[in-house]
Design a protein around this ligand. Structure first.
Ligand code: IPE
Ligand code: IPE
Ligand code: MG
Length: 244
């Protein structure tokens, strides 16, 4: 266990930043544009966010791109979002790779189109040995489903006789989550002014500092990242301990 002092927010940039990229639709609505225009500008904001995190010295960036509940949207909007993801991955893989970015996807691959699964596998394999920013994309991701699946894996191991119920602890569950091996987010940012987690990283964000920005995702820039980090530095992370 790392000493609490060593985890203080004063120690430089957060190691892991997670972002709920929300407000594309409202951005478009405010300008009399179709929602697709907001999602397109949102994809450009992703590029800026990745670059800003690299420049700021952040090690891990997790982006909530599509939730397991987003399938409730009209089919045409889902097609638009998946289309933009295709374009983003096709265009950006080589560039991200050349900048040393390591891509990883979390979320269920069921319901995803075969060519998107192909792009995911290709981008993960191609960038696996990179040592720069780790970019985690949460796609068709839902935290409750992730925790449920991890519980299922524990049950399978117990049934197989390779794990005793008494040996189930927090580490055992964490090791069966999709984020196994990735440290918990230090800072979670949500744009759009909405103040909820919407089924994102529920287990991992137990002690994450939450910052809510009143801008829509297409307007995100390095300035807002820095503002969120400034706010993070003003927080006093106690992890349940008392402070003298
Ligand atoms: C975020 O923007 C993009 C996704 C959830 C995929 P929204 O599309 O949710 O935008 P709002 O919340 O309707 O403004
Ligand atoms: C959360 O945003 C999901 C992503 C940003 C991908 P939503 O727009 O889906 O969340 P709710 O519906 O407002 O909670
Ligand atoms: Mg939204």
């Amino acid at each position: 266990m790392v000493a609490i002092e060593e985890q203080d927010t004063a120690d430089g940039p957060p190691v892991h930043v997670a972002i709920i990229m929300d407000g594309n639709g409202r951005w478009a609505l405010a300008r009399g544009l179709p929602r697709l225009a907001g999602h397109e500008r949102g994809a450009e904001a992703v590029r800026r966010a990745v670059q800003a995190c690299r420049e700021t010295g952040i090690d891990i960036l997790t982006l909530y791109a599509f939730s397991s509940e987003n399938w409730k949207r009209p089919p045409a909007e889902i097609d638009d979002l998946m289309g933009l993801l295709r374009i983003y991955l096709r265009r950006e893989i080589a560039d991200l790779d050349s900048r040393g970015v390591r891509l990883r996807f979390i979320g269920s691959r069921n319901r995803l189109a075969p060519d998107i699964i192909g792009l995911i596998e290709e981008s993960e394999a191609k960038t696996a040995a990179n040592t720069g920013l780790m970019l985690v994309i949460a796609l068709n991701y839902g935290a409750r489903a992730e925790i449920t699946r991890a519980a299922q894996r524990l049950a399978e191991d117990v049934a197989a006789g390779t794990l005793s119920p008494a040996a189930i602890d927090e580490e055992a569950l964490a090791a069966r989550m999709e984020t196994a091996g990735i440290p918990d987010p230090d800072l979670l940012i949500r744009t759009s002014g909405e103040k909820r987690l919407s089924n994102f990283l529920l287990w991992q964000s137990a002690y994450t500092e939450l910052v809510f920005l009143d801008i829509c995702w297409p307007d995100f820039s390095k300035d807002y990242l820095e503002a969120a980090i400034d706010e993070y530095h003003r927080r006093d992370r106690r992890f349940g301990a008392s402070r003298g």
